[in-house]
Design a binder for this molecule. Sequence first.
Ligand SMILES: Cc1ncc(COP(=O)(O)O)c(C=O)c1O
Length: 405
Amino acid sequence: MSCTFDEIVKKENALLCHTYGRYPLALSKAKDCRLYDLDGNEYRDFLAGIAVCSLGHSREDLAEVMAEQAKKMVHVSNLFYQEPQLELAEKLLGTCAADKVFFCNSGAEANEGAIKLARKYLRTVKNEDRYEIITLERSFHGRTLSTLTATGQTGPIKDGFSPLPEGFITVPFANMNALRGAIGSHTAAIMLEMVQGEGGVRPLPADYVNEVVQLCKENGILLIVDEVQTGVCRTGRMWAHQHYNITPDIFTSAKALANGLPMGAVLCTDEVAKGFTPGSHATTFGGGAVVSAVASKVLDIMLEEKMAERAWEMGTFAAEEAQKIQAKHPDKIAGTRGLGLLFGIELTFPGAEVWKALLDQKMVCNLTQGNILRLVPPLTITKDDIRAFMDVLDGILQSVTIQSA
Ligand SMILES: Cc1ncc(COP(=O)(O)O)c(C=O)c1O
């Protein structure tokens, strides 16, 4: 099938549910840190499938593992023991303080599992009627009904889906008084992203996180950390919570786990894992042999090639370069922030025009919250790529006029 861009758009409008605000770009190929459109034009990729293809696109080594496993065993169901799943579990648990893992297929499913596990553990193991989950404003936890309710955002994301499940409270970002005030006898867990991604690349302050840990201990509340976007080396550590020296009761992962194949994981302590018993939670595809084999290889590469250190080095470099641009355009850049290669440039004005101009000049990134350019490139991105992005941004900011919302 080889269609023109207009034909593709027309076909899609006729065939697919209209859930996505697509970029005006159809891609035919992705390799390393580059994307290619239908005409073979090359784009530098600062999106990585939204923090998914952290090792770069279309890798030979991962394709080989995928093909080898696919020839041996693709899917047999979770009714059977399977070694690839265990090999992955062993490696994954070796990267953190968690003791047990449940594999699933996406970030939302991982968070859904985490919420279920927290409630089940408190009810059946601790014998306490705790079910409320507290999350933060502007958080993003997924689009299933529960994770959508947990998500601290309003608008089209939630409109029309009521009744939403009970038992979720959202409090202002990094506001300890508000959090304390929200805790009651039914509070089960506090669920946090260490750096809000969709919410505008907002890292949580360390003193807030430490107080949350204390608060959880004092009140018998579980701490769930959503590492769907921040995990697997993205922020400069294998897990973002390791920057904060904390051990969550439960944390979730997805996105980069299998570098583009769908996979999610719920990781927890031995104690909390007692909440799940046979029949209490399951998935048909989760932890399948192919995706597990690929994720194992991803972890090997992440560790062997010191990707966390690389993410930190490149993130620091991106911050330095962006600050130089900010110094040239203080009226147009309000600030830069992030952790490792989860990096944001906050514009002082709505950023759609800047984002589009970047795309026109073959730089792919994401605009979140209307004015924040979010950069989540493959961790294999080079300094040359980062410099090229900042040069193009500099040129655009020289010519763009500030428009109000
Ligand atoms: C922090 C966070 N949690 C959960 C999700 C949902 O993941 P998925 O789209 O795989 O369901 C996302 C997706 O962007 C995310 O960034």
